[in-house]
Write a protein that binds this ligand. Structure first.
Ligand code: B12
Length: 215
């Protein structure tokens, strides 16, 4: 195992054990050693969160652990967000309205998507979590958005995605739609009528740049 792999493994372990202080100092150390923020996120922290999710599914962890994992992640993101943003290039690309679908309050992934979109030159209006279809449409019109980006982490949110995208169309919002989050994939994107889909924030940058170019 290389030193980098060992550090990422340690970061994952600390995330899973909710050792916030040690985790924060290890993340800082990893950044000092030149491990990119993106890799710390995907190779350490997100793997840790996935593990927490699996434990939750197996009923080995419960809601307090889920909440703890979110709290730890939010604290670490305070350090990582500026680092990730600083390392992605910027030039003016368009206006994005970003929110989590109605009924869903998960916002960690959305925050990463927002940070990367901004870092890539998009003007991002983050309209929060548990966002009703009408608010997506209103806000998209208000900023004349080129893109509406919707996060969805719950299976129960999929029908709301359909409703939201349908509402955007009936309100004649002239913007592409992109969805992402743990429970959505290419098939779901097609079934709910979204224009674009990406598995993570980094892939999303390429996908939306391509999508907007074709418009
Ligand atoms: C932390 C967490 C919580 C926290 C959220 C805190 C917060 N502020 O966000 C709390 C404790 C509040 C919570 C609550 C619940 N949760 Co929860 N939670 C999680 C957990 C462990 C991690 C999610 C996370 O932040 N991941 C890290 C981020 C970085 O990843 P991400 O969100 O997937 O985002 C990345 C990509 O998906 C993508 N992406 C995300 N959004 C978007 C949007 C666009 C446009 C694009 C392009 C890309 C994109 O890019 C991101 C970065 O690359 C997951 C497990 C998991 N594996 O996902 C369960 C999970 C999502 N939760 C789950 C459940 C069931 C719940 C509850 C219903 C539990 C309960 N019984 O009350 C509630 C629902 C509350 C609600 N109404 O929303 C289930 C969902 C299962 C399902 N199929 O529906 C999961 C999968 C756990 C599990 N395995 O059972 N949860």
């Amino acid at each position: 195992m290389t030193e980098k792999e060992a550090m990422l493994e340690q970061i994952k372990e600390l995330m899973v054990n909710f050792e916030t202080d040690k985790l924060i100092s290890t993340v800082k150390e990893a950044l000092e050693k030149g491990i990119p923020g993106k890799e710390i996120l995907s190779g350490g922290l997100i793997e840790g969160l996935q593990y927490v999710g699996e434990k939750f599914e197996k009923r080995e962890f419960f809601l307090p652990e889920l909440m703890m994992s979110a709290d730890v992640m939010n604290q670490v993101m305070v350090i990582l967000k500026p680092e990730i943003a600083a390392n992605d290039s910027a030039d003016s690309e368009g206006r994005v309205v970003l929110g989590t679908v109605q009924g869903d309050i998960h916002d960690i992934g959305k925050a990463i998507v927002g940070a990367l979109f901004e870092a890539s030159g998009f003007e991002v209006t983050d309209i929060g979590v548990d966002v009703p279809p009408e608010t997506f449409a209103r806000e998209a019109k208000a900023v004349n958005a080129n893109l509406v980006a919707i996060s969805c982490l719950l299976s129960t949110g999929i029908s709301k995605l359909t409703e939201t995208i349908h509402h955007l169309k009936t309100e004649n919002v002239d913007a592409l739609t992109i969805i992402g989050g743990a429970v959505v994939n290419e098939q779901v994107a097609e079934s709910v009528g979204a224009d674009l889909f990406a598995t993570d924030a980094w892939q999303a940058i390429g996908v939306i740049k391509n999508g907007l170019k074709k418009q």
